[in-house]
Design a protein around this ligand. Sequence first.
Ligand SMILES: Nc1ncnc2c1ncn2[C@@H]1O[C@H](COP(=O)(O)OP(=O)(O)OP(=O)(O)O)[C@@H](O)[C@H]1O
Ligand SMILES: [Mg+2]
Length: 398
Amino acid sequence: MSDLSAPPSAESARPGPLRLTAYAGEQVLWLVPLLLGLVLFVVGGVLAIIWVGIALVLGGLLVVRGIADRQRRIAGRVLGIDVPSPYRPAPPGGPLVRLWSMIGDPMTWRDLGWLLWAITAGWVISLLVVVLMVAVATLFFWWFGTPHLMAVRSRVDLTFLTYGATERLEQRVAALTRSRAEAVDHSAAELRRLERDLHDGTQARLVAVSMSLGMAEAQFEDDPEAARRTVSEAREATSAAIADLRSVVRGIHPPVLADRGLDGAVRALALDMAVPVEVSGGLSGRLPLPIESAVYFAVAECLANAAKHAGHEHAWVELGHRDGVLRVVVGDDGRGGADPDAGTGMRGVMRRLAAFDGTMAVSSPAGGPTVVTLEVPCALSDPHDSSSPRTTPSSAPA
Ligand SMILES: Nc1ncnc2c1ncn2[C@@H]1O[C@H](COP(=O)(O)OP(=O)(O)OP(=O)(O)O)[C@@H](O)[C@H]1O
Ligand SMILES: [Mg+2]
């Protein structure tokens, strides 16, 4: 059974009998396209061994899905709750890939179950509402009965069209398992990167210092002048090693982030960009350290992408924290066409954020603009309260 206990989002805007009857009328008219969708699905299924069958099944499913989504919105309005569209995102690819993904989506089968209800008992309820209105003798029943009839219909609709509590928990466990595996992968890759940076940079320079000092030791007796020069070279190599180490440390947790928090660090990042970046909004407190750092590097990657790929004239960053969610939007007015599957940068950001239950949504139509939205559920701590738990991210409610 679906969990329909969500708080009413717009109690005052609940539709009255007239609007409800308009919805009922719409539902009555759906009989034809729903029957068509069913026929396409069944006939296509029989002919599935040839291409036209596959196209028919896909067409039928898309018709049903479109109407089912409309019914979710109507039922949401009738009951005063938010009903998000629960489908899996369509993968890139042709009709066969699309169809395969739809068949693997449990909501597709729930849609078909709903269809059987919507063309039988559900249809009769909607028809009753319309019929009650058109006869003067039944207007009294129409006025008082319509909200109840439509509430019953909407509840049954949502039983089919939304996941129940158990299914949502199962999906959440699957998502957490996936993000945990990605977080482990990401940490291993980060460790390998640090190892390479230390090995190729700092360690190589320290080896050179050690060799120079060994040489100087041998030179001291015979040629003190040459020994002094070698020591001086060794000192320079030490400075280079320190600079290398600094950049490694900066790559782990940039000092500007530690000093000024995400807000200040993003502003500093924006100032360093060649093309103007406008930073708006702000944060009234500090974030948990790992989230601060993950989001900082995410913004840095988005701005670097804009500089590398967008050919833009203007970029912007909006920072905000509302209802327990940090939301950062990075946009540019460049040519668009950003595709996380075409590189490693954005996918890396997604994996890193997923470890905190965070998401990265990319909207980048050809011609632009590119808008990347980063969202991470987390608590803000008082910037003056040093006892606040900044090392442990708060997790989202299940
Ligand atoms: N702001 C943008 N405007 C236009 N195209 C973009 C933008 N950001 C990314 N892209 C496109 O999306 C692709 C993927 O970006 P991604 O950051 O994942 O990889 P990358 O920048 O090419 O390489 P790297 O792994 O070094 O980040 C890019 O190759 C580029 O074609
Ligand atoms: Mg990139």
